[in-house]
Ligand binder design. Structure first.
Ligand code: FUL
Length: 479
């Protein structure tokens, strides 16, 4: 029992997890009959005749995503109400029974095509909970039905970067309980879309534990292996009653990966966090929320805390009854993209000279930190757990963001670090104290003018790595 710190330090992402992490920021699109009934969870008895967006334009959605710098999009192909946005051969409860495009439409096709055209990755949300399908609750029959629908999505729309499973498992007709066959679902995805991550109720990407956009101070990607099963055990909830569940590290706990937590785990895995929240209070569009779209300030804050807190950011944008993103949401996405571009467009430390702890060999020296190439990195010699670097910023540079990145191909290792600034007078002023770094850590500090920046890695698990140290200035909204 107990995972040693050196073992934990060597746990690294799979290629599909690495590719997903590099997307950083991508969209959720919640759209279905709920958009037309003003609800968040449909009952399953909605008539397909209500699904009739008048001006649907998937390219408009994709353009809004791109304006904010998003790299992918996940569409609710079927939400809990069971209505399918593609003409599934296994149910009549879909776009083919709706007036939209004369019953000839396929929204999954339109969205996946628009994504591909614009170079965005495409992913699918398919709710296992289905309040319409009559076989739901008759476990083997529904699992076969669900696998058929999943196969349609996995084979019909090109490469998927993500299959997003929600763990909700409501009661079926006459109080019947559905037991989902997760292993069969995962097996089919691995067979047909080997590069796709399976998120949330799946083994590759962890739900951050809330829908409000909060991230932890120390967001570890290496966590006890039991966490991978939390959502699915809770979904098939009869299994949660065995007392074992209560002893697990839960998705909502604050400490998921400290040395103390790992000491109590029998196995640890790479299971990184995704933070999902909506640009509005609801997941689906409600006209009453048109004035409650998050502000550019709020979105920027979320972006920096999530992408800059070793998580990815999955931001939901709900199209309206026209089938368009509302003007307010589009405007915010544009503003957000401009803010991100203004702040992170230029690394003020690019090419700066760095002195400091030697790397394990000549190819992994400190100059790698500012060479602008994420594939090169500094790495401490085996056994070294601390390090120190001084970055020359020239004669007095103003900045308020420092961005650190570990080379996560080698794992996640830094546990505590410190930033200080100097104006060349020999005095070091404290700027920031942090814990984990991971894929990306954005340190937000009060605007500082300095000619040298010192980074000290005070504690790490084993031979720490860093692929970059960047310095930026968030030019606040123009006056
Ligand atoms: C939840 C669902 O019940 C919500 O409707 C939404 O889809 C959200 C992303 O996941 O569990």
């Amino acid at each position: 029992m107990g995972v040693s710190i050196q073992e934990a330090a060597r746990i690294a992402p799979s290629p599909r997890q690495l590719a997903w992490q590099e997307l950083e920021f991508y969209a959720f699109i919640h759209f279905t009959v709920n958009t037309f009934t003003d609800m968040e969870w449909g009952h399953g008895d909605e008539s397909p005749s209500i699904f009739n967006p008048s001006e649907l334009d998937a390219r408009q959605w994709v353009a809004a995503c791109q304006a904010a710098g998003m790299k992918g999009l996940i569409l609710t192909c079927k939400h809990h109400d069971g209505f399918c946005l593609w003409p599934s051969a296994y149910t009549e409860h879909s776009v083919k029974s709706s007036p939209w495009r004369g019953g000839q439409g396929d929204l999954v096709r339109e969205v996946s095509d628009a994504c591909r055209e614009a170079g965005l990755k495409f992913g699918v949300y398919l709710s296992p909970w289905d309040r319409h399908e009559p076989s739901y609750g008759d476990s083997p029959a529904y699992n076969a039905f669900f696998l058929n629908q999943l196969r349609e999505l996995l084979t019909g729309y090109g490469e998927l970067f993500c299959v997003w499973f929600d763990g909700a498992c409501g009661e079926g007709a006459n109080g019947k309980r559905q037991v989902y066959d997760w292993d069969a679902y995962y097996g089919l995805i691995r067979e047909l879309q080997p590069n796709s991550v399976i998120s949330v109720c799946g083994p590759d990407v962890r739900w951050c534990g809330n829908e409000a956009g909060h991230t932890r101070k120390s967001e570890w990607s290496v966590v006890p292996a039991t966490m991978r099963d939390n959502e699915k055990i809770q979904a098939n909830s009869q299994q949660a009653d065995d007392g074992e569940f209560a002893k697990r590290v839960g998705s909502e706990d604050e400490d998921l990966g400290s040395r103390a937590v790992l000491a109590g785990a029998s196995e640890a895995v790479w299971y990184p966090a995704e933070t999902n929240t909506s640009i509005r209070p609801g997941w689906f569009y409600h006209a009453a929320e048109d004035d409650r779209v998050k502000t550019a300030d709020e979105l920027m804050e979320l972006y920096e805390r999530t992408v800059g807190g070793n998580s990815t950011f999955l931001l939901n944008l709900p199209p309206d009854r026209r089938g368009l993103l509302h003007e307010n949401d589009v405007a915010r996405m544009k503003e957000l993209g401009e803010r991100i571009g203004r702040t992170y467009g230029a690394d003020l430390a690019a090419g700066a000279s760095v002195q400091g702890s030697a790397g394990k060999d000549a190819a992994h020296g400190a100059e790698r930190l500012t060479d602008g190439d994420r594939s090169t990195f500094w790495q401490a010699p085996e056994g070294a757990e601390q390090a120190e670097f001084v970055i020359e910023l020239g004669s007095g540079l103003a900045f308020d963001r420092v961005v650190l990145a570990e080379n996560i191909r080698e794992g996640q290792r830094i546990e505590r670090f410190r930033l200080e600034a100097s104006s060349g007078d020999g005095e070091w002023r404290p700027l920031y104290e942090g814990t984990v770094v991971g894929y990306k850590k954005i340190c937000r500090i009060a605007e500082t003018t300095a000619s040298r920046l010192r980074l000290t890695i005070e504690e790490s698990r084993w031979s720490p790595t860093l692929t970059s140290v960047g310095v930026y200035r968030s030019l606040a909204v123009e006056q």
